[in-house]
Design a binder for this molecule. Structure first.
Ligand code: GRF
Length: 212
């Protein structure tokens, strides 16, 4: 299964995928190309350093989302991509993109969806005063962080947490959960039944005890 990863920023989730792939821990998934919308972002640099092909489609070159979407689709298709992983990709994708990869676009989000979608999820969790938050991998639909959840991992909120410390604790779980989800999809163990996604075989959902 050829996997294309889209990034906009620092790319630590991409790095986790690269590292797991090198250890042979992504099963039949093969990182094939990394794309982004920001030319000199660290994520693209990480991909280059790993010897992966890269492409950049700058959203500012397009007056409408459809054109941007189509340019991304054609770049991914030229690498025969089967699965698209959004790993800190900060643009909302429209129908032109999602219709080209039905049920084949996933995203990692730093909260237990459907709580705290959108930006600054960790800050939202702190402001809401929740005691447990975490991260979610989900299929991408036309909304923002609204698609069917594939796997989640819980993280405790400590009394003295600030946004930085909480984000770091969640990020460590992201780096475990995203590669595990990619592997499960590539192993064809992930089945979508309307909004409910079943992961067959070994569970990939995290345990809150892991972060105590
Ligand atoms: C992660 O927190 C991810 O959950 C969110 O964006 C951040 C990306 O971080 N969607 P990185 O670029 O993978 O380091």
């Amino acid at each position: 299964m050829n996997v294309g990863v889209l990034v906009s920023g620092r790319g630590t989730n991409l790095q986790a995928l690269i590292d797991r792939g090198r250890k042979g821990e992504l099963g039949p998934a093969r990182l094939t190309v990394v794309g982004g919308n920001v030319l000199d972002c660290p994520g693209i640099a990480r991909a280059r350093a790993a010897g992966l092909p890269t492409f950049v489609v700058d959203h500012r070159d397009y007056s409408a989302r459809a054109g941007f979407d189509r340019a991304l689709v054609s770049a991914l298709r030229s690498h025969q991509i089967d699965l698209v992983v959004l790993a800190g990709f900060m643009r909302v994708l429209g129908e032109d993109f999602l219709g080209s990869f039905p049920d084949r676009v996933i995203n990692i989000h730093p909260a237990l969806l459907p709580a705290f979608g959108g930006v600054h999820a960790q800050r939202q969790a702190l402001e809401a005063g929740v005691k447990i938050t975490g991260c979610s991998v989900h299929f991408v639909d036309a909304g923002v962080d609204t698609g069917p959840v594939i796997a989640q991992s819980a993280v405790l909120v400590h009394e003295d947490d600030d946004e930085e410390s909480l984000s770091a604790r969640i990020l460590a779980e992201e780096h475990r959960l995203l590669p595990a989800a990619v592997r499960a999809i590539a192993e064809r163990r992930v089945v979508i039944e309307n909004r409910r996604v079943r992961v067959l075989g070994e569970s990939i959902t995290g345990d809150v005890l892991r972060s105590l």
